[in-house]
Design a protein around this ligand. Sequence first.
Ligand code: ZN
Length: 148
Amino acid sequence: MNDDLSDLYQEVILDHSKCPRNFQRLACANRVAEGKNPLCGDQVTVFLKVEDEVIRDISFQGSGCAISKASASMMTAQLKGKTRKEARAMFSAYHDLVTSGTTPTEDVGKLAAFAGVHKFPARVKCAILPWHAVMAALDDKKAPVSTE
Ligand code: ZN
């Protein structure tokens, strides 16, 4: 691996792509949304249980590249227990991070591992796809989201 690729495939990202957390269908979900990234072939379905504006539980299923899988996995770990408002703020910070590589003002925790993604424009959509799906789920949108 050269330096640039090791920026992209941080150890924590490789770990989450090989062993995704919350990778299952959530039987008690009351919000479900689907996302597709036709350019890469990533597909993700997110399952949320939202109560009193709080994400009580969250999981995902799907197939795709290492970046989309790791992003979905780490996202579910970060968003569990967050309010809808906190989830939006985190998405906005994460979006800035993967598109510009700038350190966000918001605490994004382990998501900071995705800072190298901005050097690989084709991978940005992979990294953001699961978040788009979650935002659609929080808005209760029925149509699948696409990055195109
Ligand atoms: Zn991808």
